[in-house]
Design a protein around this ligand. Structure first.
Ligand SMILES: [Zn+2]
Length: 315
């Protein structure tokens, strides 16, 4: 199941919803998700979804709140792959009663019944604002697989609905933006933290926990990678330095002989030849008395510069 589907079925299973909120959640679903077309000359209101639990939820909410229910049709489509699409039709609800219900939700049909027009919806309670935000997400929202990247969007049929949604989210300190794509208005969030905050606002707490866990895992993985990269870089530096030191020492041995070096340098030179892969600190530990890392470094640098001078004189 996709993460979007998972969140939506969690939301349809929410138990503790007050009656005031139920109304606004439904308004959110309807305002974001309903469409109108003409069938045999008559206007037909449609809500189409691939989500079985959402179609059941919408059906029972309409029935509970308005004592009437839409017709549900199940269609099998073969586009890309076989899947089921649920089509809810509100045809017979287009009577005066339904018009009043829609009016209540800030929706009206244009004169020729071909388009829906929207007014801003007035929501008093904070609980109902959350419910409305949730409803819109249930209808047309989607979220990317958080293992890959963070992206959440909700599609609206017009600008009024999109900006209204953005303003409502702002009241909960969630900053969203919108873009226009193929005549639709997409409100989106791109940051992991914003998406976590959003899921909190709409009450998707299981999804929120799951997302937080993924974020923590990702952060830990990044930290481990950073440490490994850093250690690899240090190791490379040590190996390169050691190769250079051994070169210098061998060059001195072949040219003037190691006896030409003062006692303290000769000692560290032969230790380095015998132990090309140990660190400076470890080399220091092998000496009696023990020499510090910087002391070892100082002596090896001196050997490097002696070899360098000898090379110059040779040419
Ligand atoms: Zn409420």
């Amino acid at each position: 199941m996709s993460f979007s589907m998972e969140i939506k079925s969690e939301l349809t299973r929410m138990e503790s919803t007050d009656i005031c909120c139920k109304k606004y959640e439904l308004a959110g679903i309807i305002r974001a998700g309903i469409a109108v077309n003409k069938y045999k000359g008559n206007p037909r209101l449609l809500f189409i979804t691939e989500n079985a639990s959402l179609s059941r939820h919408l059906f029972s909410r309409v029935k509970e709140l308005y004592k009437n229910s839409p017709d549900i049709f199940m269609l099998k489509t073969r586009r890309f792959r076989t899947h089921t699409v649920y089509r809810l039709e509100f045809t017979h609800l287009l009577a005066d009663e339904m018009t009043a219900v829609l009016k209540n939700m800030g929706i009206s049909l244009t004169e020729n019944y071909e388009k829906l027009s929207y007014e801003n919806i007035d929501i008093m309670n904070r609980c109902c604002k959350r419910a409305y935000l949730r409803g819109c997400f249930m209808a047309t929202g989607s979220i990317s697989d958080p293992d890959r990247f963070y992206h959440l969007e909700i599609t609206f049929p017009n600008l009024l609905l999109a900006t209204e949604y953005i303003d409502l989210l702002k009241e909960f300190d969630v900053e969203s933006r919108h873009i226009v794509r193929k005549g639709h208005y997409l409100v989106y969030l791109k940051e992991g933290q914003e998406i976590v905050d959003f899921l909190n606002v709409i009450g998707a707490h299981n999804a929120l926990m799951k997302l937080e866990n993924i974020r923590i895992m990702k952060e830990m993985r990044n930290q481990v990678n950073r440490i490994v990269n850093c250690e690899t870089a240090n190791l490379e530096k040590t190996v390169n330095a050691s190769v250079r030191q051994v070169d210098s020492i061998k060059f001195i041995a072949e040219t003037n002989g190691l006896e030409s070096l003062p006692e303290n340098l000769r000692e560290i030179a032969s230790l380095r030849l015998e132990n090309p892969s140990v660190s400076l600190a470890e080399l220091g530990q092998m000496l009696t008395p023990v020499l510090s890392k910087s002391g070892v470094n100082h002596r090896l640098k001196k050997i490097d510069s002696i070899a360098e001078n000898m090379r110059l004189n040779k040419n």
